[in-house]
Design a protein. Structure first.
Length: 373
């Protein structure tokens, strides 16, 4: 009975710690809106109105598809204490594979074949682009934060060169790819604007959750994520695990870009970057690197982002205010993490490596002892 009560209390604390930073961020955002002379209730009602009511929920689900796939991709890397911060470049590479090759292949292949080829191609490109940071990390211990960011910067340049060069549509003055034929796009669900990419994203999240919690690979990953040195002692290849996790992470994030183009945008412009990875990262940590728990959190952000842009415009705010809210969530997540660490409430948001870095200033001040669990 005592063990059951302890588990219930632990689960309750975990849920509270996941929801509390979001609630506090929304409250502070409302105070900021009021301080700017606007009505915060008008803004939040607008988020609901333009993100959920009528047919607007369809736009939220369309946005949710790439966000959730990116979240699952990040979780694969983060669970192994690998910081794949090259998600922007990987996403853009996946999207340009779809936007560039689909119009070329459509005249010679059936639409379904074009769709399959570009989806597989984006996965392979994303995985291949992740190999260099993975190999440098596994063989030489190079900081993957730096290498993945550099590779992302290079990827953005390569994508722009492709769009302004071989993939450019000569019929359009601004540099962009040709619009993809409707036969090669992802099919819609019924009579809605929601494409099948939403189903793909949810299936990937469920499959990843099963892989992490119900398979031998999940056990090996947990051991590796807790301590790579301990993993080597029990026969888990550190090099193989780093390369595998980085490749899967990059492949999924590139897939998100391809799904977004084939299901929503239908073409790609130069210098375009929706920065989905930056927005979704806080919710990945709030979900405690659980693919299943990330589904409702990503869905919340999809509604907030979809409705928030129009709500901000109608309230007289800049659409960049949404980034302020995301920043506030990160701030309150850090504060909640600190309080939870002091009081040992629930599971940490962060893997051991990042948690040690986060609490180093607090330990030097004598406010926190240790920092590892």
């Amino acid at each position: 009975m005592a063990a059951k009560t302890s588990r219930w209390r632990y689960a309750t604390n975990a849920v509270v710690r996941a929801v509390l930073p979001v609630v506090l961020a929304l409250v502070v955002a409302g105070l900021i809106i009021a301080a700017m002379g606007k009505n915060p209730f008008d803004f939040f009602w607008g988020v609901w109105k333009y993100g959920v009511t009528g047919t607007n929920w369809q736009d939220s689900l369309v946005l949710m598809a790439p966000l959730l796939i990116i979240a699952v991709g990040l979780i694969f890397a983060f669970r192994g204490q690998l910081w794949n911060l090259g998600y922007a470049g990987q996403y853009l590479l996946g999207s340009v594979v779809a936007a560039g090759f689909a119009p070329i292949l459509t005249p010679v292949l059936p639409g379904w074949a074009v769709m399959v080829i570009v989806l597989i191609g984006s996965v392979l490109v994303g995985a291949a682009w992740s190999l260099l940071p993975a190999i440098l990390k596994a063989r030489f211990g190079t900081n993957e934060i730096i290498t993945s960011l550099v590779m992302s910067f290079i990827a953005e340049g390569v994508v722009n060169l492709l769009i302004k060069g071989p993939f450019r549509d000569p019929k359009v003055p601004a540099p962009q790819t040709a619009v993809i034929d409707g036969n090669a796009l992802l099919p819609f669900l019924g009579d809605t604007r929601v494409h099948i990419g939403v189903i793909i994203a949810i299936v990937l999240a469920i499959a990843a959750q099963f892989l992490f919690s119900r398979t031998a690979f999940g056990v090996r990953l947990d051991v590796f994520g807790f301590s790579p040195k301990a993993a080597q002692h029990v026969g888990i290849s550190s090099t193989g695990m780093v390369v595998l996790l980085f490749s899967v992470s990059g492949a999924l994030i590139a897939l998100a870009g391809s799904v977004d183009v084939l299901g929503h945008y239908t073409y790609q412009r130069a210098n375009w970057n929706p920065a989905y990875g930056d927005a979704v990262m806080p919710f990945v940590f709030l979900a405690r690197l659980s693919p299943l728990a990330s589904i409702p959190l990503v869905a919340f952000y999809a509604v907030f982002a979809t409705g928030g842009i129009l709500a901000a415009q109608h309230t007289g705010l800049n659409s960049d205010f949404l980034l302020v809210v995301v920043g506030l969530i990160l701030v309150f997540m850090t504060i909640t993490e600190y309080v939870g660490e002091k009081r040992r409430l629930g599971q940490s948001y962060l893997p051991t490596g990042l948690r040690v870095t986060l609490f180093e200033p607090f330990r030097r001040l004598g406010l926190v002892k240790g920092g590892n669990r």
